[in-house]
Design a protein around this ligand. Sequence first.
Ligand code: 6PG
Length: 240
Amino acid sequence: MSATADIHAHPRAEDVFSACAEFLVERLATAVRARGVARIALAGGGTPRRLYQLLASRYRDALDWQAVEFYFGDERNVPLDHPDSNFRMARLSLFEPLGIQPHRTFPMISDQQRDPERDADAYEMALRQWTAGKVPRFDVTLLGMGSDGHFASLFPDTPALGERKRLVVVNPVAKLHGHRLTLTFPVFETARDVVFLVLGEDKLEALARVREGRTELPAERLAAKRPTHWFVDHNAIGTP
Ligand code: 6PG
């Protein structure tokens, strides 16, 4: 079995998003009360969009959102206004509807220079500013999971999986014929809470492996190493 995988399963997607939103709001509000600021690394991809819309609507008054700093777990190597940009998805579904001040949002890619290695270094410097060079401790890292067990842009059989020193790297992903920017394992292992949001039948096998406590796939490795919270639908976890 994984370290402690705390699984919240619901039949309907909307119930999964609501439960995940409640959890995130509670954790972020706790961080703001304790430290005056909450730092979250957002997930990209398609699943979180509805969660972000929910946070920006039903939960818009649930906490002082201006006390939250929004980072990203990974980013595609595209301009910030590109349809594939994770930042763009979060901007449209969360930041703009919530009126988040731009200086509270931290995109991984800078449009000016378009040099991913410099972007990765700059992001790492920004992260290290919180904690005088140590590994920064996010209050929450929100993650999706691919059917191959990847999370963020830590894909199976890619160089970033073995990175133990750098916090942000450019990771070549052969199956995508390109590279991504991603936070590395030390950051996810250090976070106060790691939250996975996983829906859909295509995630069934990878999620079953995580629950068995296997340690080959990236998500399995993280779940075996530290406590994780999973918000899943019945399609992804296989209950009737
Ligand atoms: C990305 C994400 C990635 C995503 C998974 C699941 O940039 O695409 O960070 O890790 O969370 O691929 O994607 P879906 O939510 O679209 O299934």
